[in-house]
Unconditional design. Structure first.
Length: 91
């Protein structure tokens, strides 16, 4: 599973981008469970608020496969989703 995250907004308006192929990660099962738990209806509207981040998430089962896209606003993050996004964005 390939997860791509782009973070924008925030106080300084800085962007961050990361991509992670779960296949080669020691915590692949946890990562993939967190991805499967993503639910746009549960995560809110994705509408930005001033000085807060917005995350654009793209998930592919394999390179070249169709992608699923989600938009998540910072105020709507739950603990599992926040962990997943931070994990994909970490350097």
């Amino acid at each position: 599973m390939i997860v791509t995250v782009t973070r924008s907004g925030g106080f300084a308006g800085l962007m961050a981008h990361g991509e992670l192929d779960t296949t080669f990660q020691p915590d692949a099962a946890r990562l993939e469970a967190a991805v499967r738990a993503l639910d746009q209806a549960r995560l809110g509207s994705g509408m930005p608020q001033p000085d807060r981040f917005v995350y654009r998430v793209e998930v592919r089962d394999a390179p070249g496969s169709p992608a699923t896209h989600l938009t998540v606003a910072e105020q709507d993050l739950d603990q599992t989703t926040a962990w997943l996004l931070d994990r994909v964005l970490e350097p």
